[in-house]
Write a protein that binds this ligand. Sequence first.
Ligand code: ARG
Length: 481
Amino acid sequence: MAEGGKPMRLWGGRFEGGPADALTRLSVSVQFDWRLAPYDLLASRAHARVLQRAGLLSEAELDRMIGALDDLEAACKSGSFRPTVADEDVHTALERGLLERLGSLGGKLRAGRSRNDQVATDLRLYLRDHIRHIVSRLVELETALMSQAEEHAATAAPGMTHLQHAQPVSFGHQLLAHVHPIARDVDRLRDWDRRAAVSPLGAGALAGSSLPLDPQAVAEELGFDSAAPNSMDAVADRDFAAEFLFCAALIGVHLSRLGEEIVLWASQEFHWIEMDDAYSTGSSIMPQKKNPDVAELARGKAGRLIGDLVSMLTTLKGLPLTYNRDLQEDKEPVFDAVDTLLLVLPAVSGLVSTMRVNTQRLASSAPDGFALATDLAELLVRKGVPFRDAHEAVGHLVVWCQVNDTTFEALTEEDLAKISPHFVAATGEGAAGEGALDVLNVQGALASRKAYGGTAPDRVRDQIIALREVVDGQAAWASGS
Ligand code: ARG
């Protein structure tokens, strides 16, 4: 920020002395709200046109006004116009820029609007724009997870509950289980956008304007679906910020859960994946270390995203209508959440798309921990044994294996017959001809889970086809088509 000149304020007519330094320091927000400048300029152009249509600016004045706003925008972009510490906020800084270019004509733009409806409009415009960047980054992560899932649709892996081996699953199925939450996140952001597409401009400070402005025309020009139907709600409402922050916090939670899994998968104990060097870090003291910092930071950032949401809700709670200066606190959590997501998502996508999956290790550990026990119990059910008894019989088999220090896979027909005659293949019709040794194989167990939503490799491939259609639609939305 440039050195300050004479303090620039949009108020002061009724004040005899200047503000105390302590107040100025407390009040100033331009150091963080400057990023709203492009949106403030957009809204200013729309407002200038409405003033002209209302007969409050001549055609020639409008031309000069638009020319000066364009010039100011170029100067902001090139950095030749910068806010100074003497500008209270982005609106103040830009009005100074306009006055520098237009003299007293610049002062006409403020008619019929207030910083209260301006700032609410700017923040909505900023977020509606950035949501699309965030969705693009989410689509990249979905795509990275889906390519790995496609490659590993038939890779057996230990499926866990309580972090204990439960039943074998397709590793692709597990990766897709991280895509669905992200797809819902994108859906939520699109739904958010529908509600956020309401323009506060025209509400003025709180009561609307006595000037013949046209809030609906301004709304349309700025890409909103409609103008706010209540000027008091228009300037007081920050639901759109809170709701966005909830979406961001939940994305953070989803990235954190994925991050935690990757941390486990990359550990010596699991050894399911090998991270690419480009997406792992070393230790300053232990030369052998390869650390999953990307996944850990993804997990860690969830904390600040949740904090941003809590901060916003706490600011809003108990505020009387309408605008209160507390609302200036809405911006930093929103900007922080946007920045955090745009920082974390590309790193997580890179980590996922470059990780190498240790298919051998996954396949060999898939049956560990007697993970095919349910398949055995279901075999008995197919033979007419009540599930309760089947569960008990398989439980005995597990204990027998533990006592004899062996695994299901090493069992012989004689061993099985000792526990229950049902485990042994009997001659006869259908399932009666199946024996335990027929179901004790992981690929068979996966393939048998072929009902909709199951982990059979064919179902996983169907899931990918369906998800691709969803994700293509999301990518098109993000790019504005
Ligand atoms: N910087 C203020 C904010 O972010 C702009 C609105 C100030 N309005 C006012 N009446 N003081 O909320």
